[in-house]
Every structure is written in structure tokens, then in C-alpha cells.
Design a protein around this ligand. Structure first.
Ligand code: GTP
Length: 358
């Protein structure tokens, strides 16, 4: 039996205001909380028990696991104060039953990927490694910490984000999933904040531990920002990203109770939440509309996230924006490129009408 720890305790600051009420891993993506995609992928790879390492808004996870059966044992470890990624793994140890040499999988709670999970564990066990990291190549490594490896897959260094071209010594980055030998988790200091990336991994290298990387080039996306969140949801709905929780990929996903006017268009991998309303002639493309939201007549919503119960007035143009839960955007407003509207805010209608392809 392989056990796993899913790190879901972060505040998700980059996704505010969506994460004001809901922790990032519980935000709906392609019809289910994001965490369900990760849990069901882990289950299908043979993981039998998952510890949800929670801190921020832990009660949302507790309510969720009470009501759901995903065919896998799920327990919750809640930190009183956030302990960071390494501290959270150490804190979850009390819930693990495996022996000292057994592999324990660790997943960041915001990564959508096509990783061969059982292949990663098999490689870890075969090589007798202390820690094995999932590495993925990226086109532009400048935004990430880099993880160069040698020909045998041994990690040579954990490098900070490169600031000059010479510092880009590899295109491989830490993709947010690891296998630890359980006894190595025991060495992480308990009861204080520890960053696994900045403290634990470099210390293991220094101590001569066997730290290896496995390169997997399949689908990978960190859903930490609004743009990435929309893209991940789109890719799941369209079937470009793999998940056992998406049963029928297609141009759009419309959940139970949503009312879509006949003349409305929903496409580009959009998902429309339960009991949402899409009025006549509205066009929603490549967007996520949460439960009970209303999109007014003739409105255009592209590459955007519309929070639960939010109302978008008729003739509005939304491109690449986030509207918080319960916010209300009056008729004919235009919001673009990274604008964020906080929950409950009301924007009054404007009187200016512009052409629909503006
Ligand atoms: P940002 O605030 O937008 O950076 O997002 P985040 O809070 O998710 O932080 P980050 O992406 O760096 O975290 C990586 C993963 O670790 C995420 O899945 C977080 O939920 C999780 N995480 C971060 N800090 C903690 C913590 O203190 N405790 C626990 N249990 N999980 C954490």
C-alpha cells in the first residue's frame, strides 16, 4: 500500500479573491473541487490512503470528506499554525502507517499533471533513493527554481530562479510531487515552519542523501494564478489534461440545474456551475462560471472566472478577469486583463454601449 500526503494548507494569495472563502484546492474545476482530480489520479495509481495536510480554512476540507466517497481512505491533519510545506509533511507523519523504508508520496495541492505516479514510485524503490522528485521541462525556466540532474538522475543542486541567461543551466523544474522514504520525513524538524524546497531538499543534498529526479514530460500546470486556473479548467473540460473525474470531455461542461438560453453560446472548454443562468445571446468562452452565477443577455465572458452567485449585467464584456463570489457587475461594463472584483462589490451600470466585438 502506498500512502500519500496532499499539501492543501496554503492561503492561495495569488488566486484572491476566489480563495477568500474557499481554499484553492476546494475551488470547483471542471465540475468538482480541484483536489478531487488529484485524489482520483492518485487512487488510480494504487494509492490507498491520503492525508490532507490542511491549515487555511481546514473546516472546508473536513465538511467535504464527510460527504464524499472517492474509493480511497482520506484523513485530515490540521496544523494550528501553517507550518510551511516541509513542516506540513512532518506534521502529517503521525497519520502514516507505513514502515521506515516505505515510499510516501507527497503532492502539492495545486498541480494538474499527467505524471506517471506509479512509475515515479517504482523508480524511487528500484534505486533505493531517499527522495525522488518529479521534474518537468519548461519552455521558459526563468520563473522557476531549477533542478539540474546528472546522467543517472542524481540531483546536483537546487537553484533559485535564474536572473541571467548563464544561470539557466537546465530546463528542469520541481513539478510539485515527490516520493520520500518515510524515515527521511522523520528527520524534518517538527513543530516549526519548514520549507521543503528551500530547507529540506538542499540540506539532504549537503548531507549526501540520495536525491534523484525523474523527468516526465506529460501535461503539467500549476493552477496558482487566475490565468492558469482558467487554463487548467479549460484543459480538463476539453480532455487535454487527464483526470478520472472528467467523464465526458467536450467543448463545454454544464452542471445540473444550469439554465442556458437557446441563443447563448458556451464553448472553448467553459464550465457552467450548478443553477447558473446564461441569458439569451450571451457568449461564454474558455471561462469558469461558478454555481448560481448569472450572465446577463448579450454579455461576453472570455478567459474569466465568475464567482458563486455573482451577477454579470447585460451587454458586459469580461476578458481575463476574476469576479468574486456574490459581486454584481452592472450592465455594459467592460473589464479586462487581470481585473479582480472583490466578493460582494457592486459596480453600477454604464450607459455607454459598444459593439459586441470590441
Ligand atoms: P500562493 O499564496 O498563491 O503562493 O499559494 P499557496 O498558498 O498554495 O502557496 P504555494 O503554491 O507555494 O504552496 C504549494 C503547496 O503547498 C500548495 O498546495 C499549498 O496549499 C501548500 N502549502 C503551502 N504552505 C502550506 C502550509 O503551511 N501548510 C500546509 N498544510 N500546506 C501548505
Amino acid at each position: 500500500m502506498t500512502e500519500a500526503v496532499l499539501l492543501v494548507g496554503g492561503q492561495g494569495t495569488r488566486l484572491r479573491p476566489l480563495t477568500v472563502n474557499t481554499p484553492k484546492p476546494m475551488l470547483p474545476v471542471a465540475g468538482v473541487p480541484f483536489t478531487v482530480h488529484q485524489i482520483t489520479r492518485a487512487r488510480d495509481a494504487g494509492v490507498r490512503k491520503i492525508v490532507l495536510a490542511t491549515s487555511y480554512r481546514a473546516e472546508v476540507f473536513a465538511e467535504f470528506i464527510e460527504d464524499v466517497d472517492l474509493g480511497i481512505e482520506i484523513v485530515i491533519a490540521t496544523e494550528d499554525e501553517p507550518l510551511g510545506t516541509g513542516g506540513a509533511i512532518r506534521h502529517a507523519l503521525a497519520h502514516l502507517e507505513s514502515g521506515p523504508d516505505d515510499p510516501v508520496l507527497i503532492f502539492n495541492g495545486d498541480v494538474l499533471s499527467g505524471l506517471d505516479i506509479s512509475g515515479l514510485v517504482a523508480s524511487h524503490v528500484e534505486t533505493g533513493s531517499d527522495v525522488t522528485l518529479y521534474l518537468t521541462p519548461v519552455e521558459d525556466p526563468r520563473a522557476y527554481g531549477l533542478v539540474p540532474i546528472d546522467g543517472d538522475g542524481r540531483v546536483q543542486a537546487f537553484l533559485e530562479k535564474p536572473s541571467t541567461p548563464e544561470e539557466i543551466v537546465t530546463d528542469l523544474i520541481n513539478a510539485g510531487c515527490y516520493v520520500f522514504k518515510r524515515s527521511v520525513i522523520e528527520q524534518i524538524p517538527s513543530g516549526r515552519v519548514v520549507s521543503v524546497e528551500r530547507e529540506t531538499f538542499p540540506a539532504l543534498l549537503t548531507s549526501g542523501a540520495q536525491v534523484r529526479g525523474v523527468v516526465d514530460s506529460s501535461y503539467w500546470l500549476d493552477l496558482g494564478t487566475p490565468l492558469a486556473f482558467v487554463q487548467g479548467s479549460r484543459d480538463l473540460v476539453l480532455g487535454h489534461a487527464p483526470s478520472p473525474a472528467v467523464l465526458a470531455p467536450g467543448a463545454a461542461l454544464v452542471l445540473d440545474g444550469a439554465q442556458i438560453a437557446e441563443s447563448a453560446r458556451i464553448d472553448g472548454g467553459s464550465s457552467i456551475g450548478r443553477n447558473a443562468v446564461i441569458a439569451p445571446d450571451a457568449h461564454v468562452s474558455g471561462s469558469v462560471v461558478f454555481d448560481h452565477a448569472v450572465i446577463g443577455a448579450g454579455a461576453r465572458v472570455a478567459g474569466s472566472i465568475v464567482g458563486a452567485g455573482a451577477r454579470i449585467g447585460e451587454g458586459c464584456e469580461l476578458h481575463g478577469v476574476v469576479v468574486g463570489d456574490g459581486a454584481s457587475i452592472g450592465a455594459r461594463n467592460e473589464l479586462r486583463d487581470g481585473a479582480r472584483v472583490w466578493p460582494g462589490i457592486e459596480l453600477s451600470a454604464t450607459s455607454i454601449r459598444y459593439s459586441s466585438d470590441a
